[in-house]
Ligand binder design. Structure first.
Ligand code: PBG
Length: 347
């Protein structure tokens, strides 16, 4: 006869083995906690537009705004004072055109904002999201093959996003943003070769200290909806599935990450975050570089919307998602909750 007793409910229950012992009190739970959020985990995205003293609410993203450079600098300073090490900038240009020219204009919205932020908080890490969708009149992430346009390539399909012609412009814009003071260039267009082209362009301009953080595994996601309102960048025809990844593909994400590592990425990102925690975890295991995750606009909006209805708790659910993202392997999280999260975890 064995000395262990078995319950009728579970023939395998062993009364000595009780994991609940470690959960009994708040202090015990704190002691055994595996994943702890800190302010240094967060990167705050900011939308910036021309003007002065502008703080325009974004309807689908409660608590988020489009800022003019002066107000963005004040917001960046507030984030820095809370312990948040970095901001990520998205620009809304004065005007849009087929080639997204404001993205590489030295006095464009992003260089102007970078200078304002660096004046106000020199140590804050400034990340420039490097993509053309905010700057092009068609809303795609680069130059479109269009009969009659200067880059028209008859052998390629009409409407095709021209990869290599766009790479040249990405490198050019990256140099402009880096010269304005960006510490990190974060290409987000999912073009082939974007990391290598930007790395080569920066190095050729004596900007070898500038970091490339690649949106390496970026999926064609419905969760970018609110962002397209915030950045005024919806595609005017078609969608982005010709360059962003199919949400169904996990192995392909590892291929994309490996290519970006080979091209010289310093940090790789998975985006969105919550629906792709499996990908995040696999990337974490596959590479030794720092890994970032982007909790995107729709993830933020859905938590806010459910909380506004009283269906879930805002703070609890936001922190639960951020903890899960870190647990899955993120070393840093771009999140619109950054400032709230710091308040919550230190409150
Ligand atoms: C592209 C870009 C997008 C986001 C970040 N960079 C939009 C897109 O790919 O359509 C989305 C971020 C978010 O939804 O919060 N420049």
């Amino acid at each position: 006869m064995s000395s262990t007793q078995h319950t009728p409910a579970d023939g395998h229950f062993h009364p000595h083995l009780r994991p609940r012992r470690l959960r009994r009190t708040e202090a015990l739970r704190r002691m055994v906690q595996e994943t702890t959020l800190t302010p240094a985990d967060f990167i705050l995205p900011l939308f910036v537009r021309h003007g002065q003293d502008v703080q325009q609410p974004i309807r689908s993203m409660p608590g988020q705004f489009q800022w003019s450079p002066d107000k963005a600098a004040a917001e960046a300073r507030a984030a820095w004072q809370m312990g948040i090490p970095a901001v990520l900038l998205f620009g809304i240009p004065e005007s849009k055109d087929a080639l997204g020219t404001e993205n590489y204009a030295p006095n464009g919205i992003i260089p102007a904002t970078i200078r304002a932020i660096k004046d106000a908080v020199p140590e804050l890490i400034v990340i420039s999201d490097m993509c053309f969708c905010e700057y092009t009149d068609h809303g795609h992430c680069g130059i479109i093959n269009h009969a009659g346009d200067p880059h028209y390539t008859p052998r390629l399909p009409e409407g095709y996003l021209l990869n290599d012609a766009t790479l040249e412009l990405l490198a050019r814009a990256s140099i402009v943003h880096a010269e304005a003071g960006a510490d990190i260039i974060a290409p987000s267009g999912m073009l082939d070769g974007m990391v290598g082209a930007i790395r080569a362009g920066l190095d050729a301009s004596g900007l070898d200290h500038v970091i490339v953080m690649s949106y390496a595994a970026k999926f064609a996601s419905g969760f970018y909806g609110p962002f397209r309102e915030a950045a005024e960048s919806p595609p005017q025809f078609g969608d982005r599935s010709g360059y962003q990844m199919d949400p169904a593909n996990g192995r392909e994400a590892l291929k994309e990450v490996a290519l970006d590592v080979a091209e010289g990425a310093d940090i790789v990102m998975v985006k969105p975050a919550l629906p792709y925690l499996d990908v995040l975890s696999a990337v974490r295991q596959a590479v030794s570089l720092p890994v970032a995750a982007y909790q995107v606009s729709g993830e933020y909006a859905m938590i806010h919307a459910a909380a506004a209805n009283g269906w879930i708790g805002l703070e609890r659910c936001a922190l639960e998602t951020l903890t899960s993202i870190k647990r899955a392997g993120a070393d840093m999280i771009m999140t619109y909750f950054a400032k709230d999260a710091v308040r919550w975890i230190s409150g």
